[in-house]
Write a protein that binds this ligand. Structure first.
Ligand SMILES: *[C@@H]1O[C@H](CO)[C@@H](O)[C@H](O)[C@H]1NC(C)=O
Length: 185
């Protein structure tokens, strides 16, 4: 008798542990934390604006395919794309986007972006931001996380909003407008 009660108690305890551990939050994918937990970052927020020139054609491409098939899942390019103050390619250079992008989706045109924005202008000359994100290139605006930085951007967090403003249908050369919001540590 006593041992069967002990057994039942053990089983109930086990069930409670399992249910609290594995049952998802109200059956939903996500949960929002109370707003009071959020810290105000507004004072340390920096906004950067520039144009990203992705040149895949001609004698001096800034993006070259390094592996995978052409324009299909797996295509991977190494980039060293100029970042300019204005829309025109000859406009003042403020930095370079150095890194890689790859077609990481079998179902749509979503790139994996892994790159550093190495700045060359003003007080951010010599500082860099690291971007690691998903870029569905045919969406009007794509958001990518800033996962860190160096120099004045040490410990930075934030996000980049990318919007294609010009694309040459024949060559694939593109100009992308970036609005970057960075929270300094
Ligand atoms: C940026 O820094 C480098 C290295 O210190 C320097 O050579 C260059 O002139 C600087 N550029 C600008 C625009 O200040």
């Amino acid at each position: 008798m006593a041992s069967s009660m002990t057994y039942t108690l053990l089983l109930l305890t086990l069930l409670m542990v399992i249910s609290t551990t594995f049952i998802p939050i109200n059956g939903k994918f996500s949960e929002q934390f109370a707003e009071t937990k959020a810290k105000s970052h507004v004072n340390n927020m920096i906004h950067l604006h520039f144009y990203f020139h992705d040149i895949v054609s001609g004698k001096h491409p800034t993006a070259v395919r390094i592996s995978g098939p052409k324009n299909a899942f797996g295509a991977t390019a190494m980039i060293d794309d100029p970042l300019t103050e204005g829309l025109k390619p000859g406009s003042k250079l403020v930095g370079r986007a150095q890194g890689m992008y790859a077609l990481a989706s079998q179902h749509d045109t979503a790139l994996l972006m892994v790159m550093n924005f190495a700045f060359l202008e003003g007080k951010f000359n010599g500082s860099a931001l690291s971007i690691f994100g998903r870029n569905r290139v045919f969406d009007m605006v794509r958001e990518m996380p800033i996962v860190g930085g160096s120099g004045l951007f040490r410990l930075a967090r934030g996000y980049a909003l990318a919007k294609t403003v010009r694309i040459e249908q024949k060559t694939g050369d593109a100009v992308v407008e970036y609005n970057v919001f960075v929270v300094l540590a």
